[in-house]
Design a protein around this ligand. Structure first.
Ligand SMILES: [Zn+2]
Ligand SMILES: [Zn+2]
Length: 331
């Protein structure tokens, strides 16, 4: 079957691999139809992804169609379209037992720690599929992206009307804004790139949008701030943005240390939170929010391409100036 392997940083290999056999008990074989491309894939391509080894088959944002079910599987059947939860948790560690499967101590993410979905078929546990009769494979592929936003907002616990500020309007920042809006928060955005700020302003008419740090610092007055950049300089500066008593949520990440000026941190009595991945209950809620149209990610998909065109297309998706919000590969 056709497979795309990231052989080393900067080098995709289009090749053939052996198709998976019949699924085992509790497993499902699925045909991969849509693959969302995100920052994680771009970092892996650039050689800057934490906990990453090569060669690797990327692809963790997946819209799939069931082709065979194993023994004991009743939740999905052949032909069902599904979203995939790519977070393979162990089910046994303390984090899993406490219900925080998103930060399982032995977590393996498809397309990051183990081979993912940039191939025609894969086998996954039935528990990691969310079927939908209404959603397209592209919408299903974006459930994971939205999950990052849903979980981050859950970490921040916004109050209705609370003044918030999101730093960065890539797909993760947009996802955070969607869930803040559902909570009735007052939305703010700091985004340096004009095209991205403009796109977000169109999607969220009540948005207060700032184009630089000084302006955001002077005017945003936010008690809850989300950094969605994964940029060290932005994360360092983010401590300046919440008002006294505020909360700061780090959604994006990078490989290195974040430092802050402790007297400033204490003077403001800030709360700093990390957010990692998402839980299955958050994914299920997203499927129903998409089905009922309360969230619409179709405008995000600015580019669709046949999977095997990746070598030609991918380098351009690395360029923020290209204005690609979200690209989806199709098999
Ligand atoms: Zn992703
Ligand atoms: Zn675990």
């Amino acid at each position: 079957m056709r497979t795309i392997i990231l052989a080393e940083p900067g080098k995709f290999l289009l090749t053939d691999t052996t198709a998976p056999g019949e699924p085992g008990p509790g497993e499902v074989r699925v045909a991969v139809r849509g693959i969302g491309i995100c920052g994680t894939d771009l970092h892996a391509y650039r050689g800057k992804q934490p906990f990453f080894s090569y060669p690797r088959i990327l692809g963790h944002e997946l819209g799939v169609e069931v082709t065979a079910v194993g023994e004991g599987v009743s939740a999905v059947k052949r032909g069902d379209r599904c979203s995939v939860n790519p977070y393979m948790n162990c089910g046994e560690c303390g984090a899993c037992r406490r219900g925080t499967t998103n930060c399982c101590e032995k977590l393996r993410v498809l397309g990051v720690h183990v081979d993912g979905g940039m191939r025609e078929e894969i086998v996954v546990p039935a528990t990691h599929l969310y079927p939908s009769e209404k959603l397209s494979v592209a919408q299903l592929a974006l459930v994971e992206t939205l999950g990052i936003g849903a979980h981050a907002v859950g970490r921040g616990k916004p109050q209705p009307g609370e003044r918030t500020l999101v730093i960065g309007a890539g797909p993760i920042g947009l996802a955070v804004l969607e869930f803040l809006k559902l909570e009735g928060a007052d939305l703010g955005l700091l985004e340096l790139v004009d095209s991205r700020r403009g796109f977000a302003a169109e999607r969220f008419p009540a948005l207060r949008a700032y184009s630089n740090l000084e302006e955001a610092q002077a005017k945003s007055d936010a008690t809850l701030v989300f950094d969605c950049t994964g940029n060290p300089a932005s994360m360092h500066a983010a401590f300046k943005l919440p008002v006294n008593g505020g909360r700061l949520v780090f959604v994006g990440l990078f490989v290195g240390d974040v430092t802050f000026h402790d007297p400033e941190f204490h003077r403001k009595e800030l709360t700093l939170l990390a957010s990692r991945n998402a839980r299955p209950d958050e994914h299920r809620r997203i499927v129903s929010l998409l089905e009922t149209g309360q969230i619409d990610t179709n405008p995000w998909i600015s580019e669709r391409a046949p999977a095997m065109d990746i070598v030609m297309r991918f380098p351009r998706w690395l360029d923020p100036a290209a204005g690609v919000v979200k690209a989806v590969l199709e098999f």
